[in-house]
Ligand binder design. Sequence first.
Ligand code: FAD
Length: 475
Amino acid sequence: MDPIKIELVVIGAGPGGYAAAFYAADLGKKVLLVEQDKRLGGVCLNRGCIPSKALLHAAKVMVEAKESAHRGITFGEPQLDLQKLRAWKDSILTKLSQGVAGLAQRRGVQVLQGRAVFEDSGTLRVETEKGQQFVQFEKAIIAVGSRPAIPKAFDLGNPRIMTSTEALEVEEVPETLLIVGGGYIGMELGTVYAALGSKIVVIEALDTILAGADADLVRPVAKYAEGAFKEVRLKTKVLKMATVGKQIKVVSENAAGEQKEELYDRVLVSVGRAPNCADIGLENTKAAKDDKGFIKVNAQQQTSDPNIYAIGDVAGGFLLAHKASKEARTAVEAICGESSKSDPAIIPAVVFTDPEVAWAGLTEAEAKAKGIKVEVVKFPWAASGRALTFDRTDGMTKLILEPETDRILGVGIVGHGAGELIAEGTLAIELGANAKDLATTVHPHPTLSETLMEAAELFYGHSTHAYVRKKAEPK
Ligand code: FAD
């Protein structure tokens, strides 16, 4: 096979890689997109964001149906057809990945299926089904993502010990499911399996689930989990696992050093993710890794090798799809000589548990840790008419403000649909808006978006539906 000569090669077709390839093609570059999987879309589309949210939607339908009796509506016990549930979920993934492939074709982005390895700073070797294909490139963007990290002690080769990838296949609904790690992936998948009927135990080494979110935002999720899960055990570590017949024996130890031995039908290990750059020939380039194994980049996503950029999960930071897509734009603009903005972007985070948790910008905990003086205002959803209409007053919207200017530095929301609401907060922070801007913007009624406006109004002491204190508004 003759080598392919190309202006830009993008390795990995996840939300970082395909966004980069498409944007570069839109800006006139000749682009080759290399992906080892048969389906485009990366982890997000095939084994992450999309399948998990499809299953969470199914879970929500089941829970809401069950909880409708007090509204005078009762349904029978749900009949679960796992094969149909899987087929429905997979149909969404197929539709989306075909959509990505179609968009690549329409933009003239060449797609090559195979595993890419760097030979040097200008050459890739791609192992395809037909043999080796060499690619000579001017610039490369590495977007090879990450994979579930599974500690050696838990890697017994037993399919009953799952990562998120296997858990999303929903092969069966185990009677008992242990989730090791109370981060967002563990808590979201716990929400799914609890609704399907599993008895869930979460074991988390830290003193909180959903570390990174402010404690007051996490509280309603912890409360919900108290009812929906069998147990959430904090400050506890799983030490060992072993196969015992059709079950997994798990030994854990709490902060007091007390050990417990239990049997579970399945275990989900969700303790973090590892970058996929151990075997891509990085050592044949000048690109360097940090001490956690992620590729080091500058503000333009350029690695220590001037021809090579890295984006998304493999470049570390928040391992989120929209962060990958944002970095794709930054890298492409740098490659096309269009780069100007190097301020770090505001990356919102959303946890799709019940209730959802979302935050953007500065958190209260971060402000405290860094000694940044802030004012905090919280609007409880018990004062929201809209929240009452669907019986979910367990939410709260809070603003983190700069005291001198009332500028919005951070927004945190917990409650039904928080993931949709956080975009307004992100925009407010990006635009440098202050509380007055939010308070004077007319929000449609009855919607949960009013809680952002009312939080700002509350800050000035004149929220219509809540009362706290007066503060002089900026002129
Ligand atoms: P990836 O999506 O990981 O894509 C990398 C691609 O590179 C893969 O297709 C891989 O096959 C390919 N590749 C790897 N090595 C090579 C090679 N050598 N040659 C060729 N191709 C290669 N994020 C959110 O923002 N919101 C969510 O709700 C959310 N939910 C999630 C739920 C779960 C269960 C999981 C696991 C993740 C979730 N994420 C979510 C995280 C999100 O999926 C990732 O942050 C995102 O996919 C990262 O995008 P990426 O482009 O960096 O890499």
